[in-house]
Design a protein around this ligand. Structure first.
Ligand SMILES: C[S@@+](CC[C@H](N)C(=O)[O-])C[C@H]1O[C@@H](n2cnc3c(N)ncnc32)[C@H](O)[C@@H]1O
Length: 396
């Protein structure tokens, strides 16, 4: 059996990011690898991971972010660094042995590679933390700002509300974990640094996903459309800093100025750096939709932030701006399968419960929500990653 173990180890060690024909294959192997660990580990080892490993790895990552180490390491050209080199790169004084202990942990978790005694080499992950373009640093900090505290509070909150599914937009689990009792978006609006980190996390997440224009060719929207500044082609509600609406312009660069509209809260619109052809405007989607008669209204990972009552309000505001038989609604979100929902889908579902009293939805739940708000679903366009679907709907 020893030789079998060695064969398995050899195969596993031969796998790397470049081993796959495409992204879908890579994700399939990733899922299998995560399952493998669950099968190989003893129950005690699994518990150890959750109880001991996750908290301290997160703490070491945050401390090294606070020290500015990852960015400074990149700026110094990467390469091998000793603990003494890293102490010099840190923007705060730190005892060398304290940093050594944190780096031993980070090396054991493959965040950095230990290439000699007291000597470390960056990995693609550590280099990405130090590269602001990747938004990995922002994603990690968003967890420290809000996600971890809310997750910690969730069991107590669920007990408090008698183990009912949370639906309260205010006074919910997040507000129970927030020092000022604010809900998720309330905290973001009060703390610009938190909003910046969350926005970065959204950008990283959206960039990771399949562009919606690969699931539905915007050419089909242009055919038969009348595009004017007051009746555009696509309005992206809660579109964050504009990744999705920019996909439309990338697919159809000849679209006239004003054909594409990005909407979000003012704090986000102020940060959006979109092509001047895209109109970026602050709009609260719980108020009447000011852009009437657009060919399409698009929302990506927006309805999953809201329980059915608030989601219905948002949908009603949108439907009232639409023209029956002409305007389409596109909802790009997770559609939970009846069985075998993935780690990414289920994590997002319970994260939405924890942060926003919201949820991911099954086909039945989407049907109920959308028909209840006066829509009919025309089609589901699944992404190849098997993460989300583009739901195409019209006024019923
Ligand atoms: C989960 S993010 C999704 C962002 C973007 N659609 C994407 O997929 O990258 C939800 C977005 O809704 C925005 N949002 C929250 N409340 C809003 C409101 N009342 N009106 C407009 N936008 C809102 C947030 O600022 C955030 O950008």
């Amino acid at each position: 059996m020893a030789s079998d173990s060695q064969k398995i180890i050899d195969i596993l060690e031969g796998v790397n990011h470049a081993s796959f024909a495409n992204e879908v294959e890579r994700l399939r192997v990733r899922a299998a690898a995560r399952k493998l660990l669950a099968k190989v580990e003893s129950p005690y080892e699994r518990a150890w991971g959750f109880c001991f490993e996750h908290p301290v790895v997160f703490a070491a990552l945050q401390t090294s972010i606070d020290l500015g180490l990852w960015a400074a390491w990149n700026a110094a050209g990467g390469g091998d660094k000793t603990i003494d080199d890293l102490v010099k790169l840190a923007k705060h004084d730190i005892q060398p042995n304290l940093l050594r202990r944190l780096f031993r942990l980070l090396a054991a978790f493959n965040v950095v590679e230990e290439v000699g005694v007291d000597t470390f080499k960056p990995t693609p992950f550590s280099a990405a933390i130090g590269d602001e373009n990747t938004k990995v640093r922002a994603s990690l900090e968003a967890a420290n700002n809000q996600y971890i505290l809310a997750g910690h509070n969730l069991p107590k909150y669920l007990a408090k509300i008698g183990y009912q599914e949370p639906t309260a937009a205010e006074n919910n689990n997040h507000s129970g974990s927030d020092p000022d009792g604010l809900n998720f978006f309330g905290r973001l609006q009060k703390s610009p640094k938190f909003y910046e980190d969350f926005t970065g996390h959204m950008e990283a997440w959206t960039t990771w996903k399949t562009p919606w224009t690969k699931l539905y060719d915007p050419k089909k929207l242009i055919e038969g459309a009348t595009i004017t500044e007051s009746a555009p082609l696509v309005v992206d509600l809660g579109g964050n800093t504009g990744i999705d609406i920019s996909h439309v312009l990338a697919a159809k660069p000849d679209l006239p100025a004003g054909a594409l509209v990005l909407q979000d809260l003012p704090e986000i619109i102020a940060r959006a750096k979109v092509d001047p052809k895209i109109t970026a405007t602050a709009h609260d989607f719980f108020l009447p939709q000011p852009v009437k008669g657009s060919r399409a209204y698009f929302m990506h990972a927006v309805l999953h932030d809201w329980a059915d009552d608030k989601a219905t309000e948002l949908l009603n505001n949108t439907r009232e701006a639409m023209v029956k038989g002409y305007s389409k609604l596109f909802v790009y979100d997770i559609v939970l399968p009846p069985q075998g929902a993935s780690i990414s889908q289920t994590t997002m579902d319970v994260e939405m419960m924890s942060l926003l009293s919201a949820n991911e939805r099954t086909k039945d739940q989407w049907e109920k929500l959308l028909t209840g708000a006066g829509f009919k679903i025309v089609n589901y366009h699944p992404d190849p990653q098997e993460y989300e679907m583009l739901i195409e709907a019209e006024i019923a």
